[in-house]
Design a binder for this molecule. Structure first.
Ligand code: SR1
Ligand code: MG
Length: 405
């Protein structure tokens, strides 16, 4: 069947053509579907058996354009990279992603477990709900994936072969190169947008030559340092949770890049949430306790990431990585990347093409402007700091106004 954009009717016939769907439902029974995608790029259908709603699968199809901007053409081939990375995440960090069921390279569609009862954690976190174990989950899972796909975890030839397919994920890499690592730092880029309240702050940021230099270095690292398989877009809208169980989703930006990118992006989203609690928390006490929770999640993320990587390094491996002090010297470079990429994510989510709801949902323009000013200031500081940063404590100190009580 030629590539056809699915809808809530045609997805039912589509699921019937996939033998793998039988693992989760009976395709000979009456099926129902609803489209639930709320991201920027794709269609997402929940499909279930009418007489047994718990028998269900999720179908995610890549569109030939950006979902939120139809004239922005984008190859649906990204479905292939999401499917490939989903398999790797599932194998290296079992339980960290929905179980993949199939990938169809004609329809650019992935079948996977429908995470019934799970919700994307961004909205509950805006509302100040604590997500148990969040930092430990992200740090542990990403360390397993990063180690297992890197030259530390793979034979040299296998690693090179593993990188190869992702070199085709050119369009999504370019989105990150442009939207995260270039446009927000330069005046006159038409996709940037912000509210007039922060005009002066944006002008100062975009006139900061040192920031441009540091972001240039970060962008070069992103483009050339193929250390490990990255999720590529690990924000709080890319994580779903139910009670204590968490899963990462939406890895279509997956490719081989610098290991600090994912954790940097994730920590940036925690910091942005922390700043916005000034608007979202109902009381000072609630703001205090949620910021305390967020601070702990940042520390837990780094601890789990460091500990899991260190544990993996301790197992016998290539003699080249076993010299005393090697791991800590290497990890230092990862912390530098985490700090720098966190800064770029905070800035691009404030003045670039794609913002975050945490900030944009603040109705009062003055308060929103004040929040954005703080996010920009922290982001800029983290970028300035990144080549001198020594530990997570330095990152927390540089982000003090987001976390203070
Ligand atoms: C055109 S895509 C814009 C943003 O949405 C995705 O979720 C990524 O974060 C990307 O940068
Ligand atoms: Mg996404």
């Amino acid at each position: 069947m030629p590539y056809t954009i699915l809808d809530v009717e045609s997805v039912l016939d589509y699921v019937r053509t996939r033998p793998e769907s039988r693992q989760r439902l009976d395709p000979d029974r009456a099926l129902r579907a609803v489209e639930v995608g709320d991201g920027n790029l794709n269609l997402v259908f929940k499909v279930w058996q009418e007489d047994r709603p718990e028998s269900t699968v999720l179908v995610k199809q890549a569109l030939p354009h950006v979902r939120v901007a139809e004239d922005w053409k984008l190859s649906p081939l990204r479905g292939r990279f999401e499917a490939l990375s989903l398999q790797s995440f599932h194998a290296l960090a079992p339980g960290s992603v929905p179980t993949p069921l199939w990938y169809d390279d004609e329809q650019f569609a992935i079948g996977m477990d429908n995470l019934v009862g799970y919700e994307v954690i961004r909205q509950p976190m805006i509302e100040g709900r604590e997500i148990p174990g969040l930092g430990t989950f992200v740090g542990t899972a990403m360390a397993r994936v990063h180690f297992g796909t890197s030259d530390f975890g793979l034979d040299s030839a296998d690693k090179k072969r593993a990188v190869a397919p992702y070199t085709e994920n050119t369009e999504l890499c370019r989105i990150t190169e442009d939207l995260v690592l270039m446009e927000p730092f330069h005046a006159g880029q038409p996709r940037n947008h912000w509210v007039p309240e922060i005009d002066d702050d944006v002008a100062r940021l975009q006139a900061d030559a040192a920031v441009k230099r540091e972001v240039g270095l970060l962008k070069l690292a992103f483009m050339t340092r193929a250390q490990a398989l990255l999720h590529g877009d690990l924000h709080t809208g890319s994580i779903m949770g139910s009670g204590n169980d968490l899963r990462m989703i939406d890895s279509e930006f997956a490719f081989y890049g610098p290991m600090g990118f994912d954790i940097g992006m994730f920590i940036a989203n925690l910091l942005m949430n922390a700043v916005t609690q000034r608007a979202h928390a109902a009381t000072a006490a609630k703001r205090r306790s949620y910021r305390d929770y967020l601070r702990h999640q940042i520390v837990d993320t780094m601890d789990a990431y460091h500990r899991t990587l260190q544990g993996a390094f301790a197992r016998p491996s290539n003699v080249s990585w076993q010299a005393p002090g090697f791991f800590e010297a290497f990890f230092q470079t990862v912390v530098e990347d985490i700090c720098g990429f966190a800064g770029t994510e905070m800035i691009r989510r404030t003045i670039g093409f794609a913002h975050v709801k945490d900030v944009d949902a603040i109705d009062d323009p003055e308060l929103r402007g004040a929040v954005q000013r703080q996010v920009l200031a922290i982001g800029r500081r983290l970028i300035h700091l990144h080549r001198r940063v020594e530990s997570i404590d330095d990152i927390l100190t540089a982000s003090q106004e987001a976390l203070e009580f």
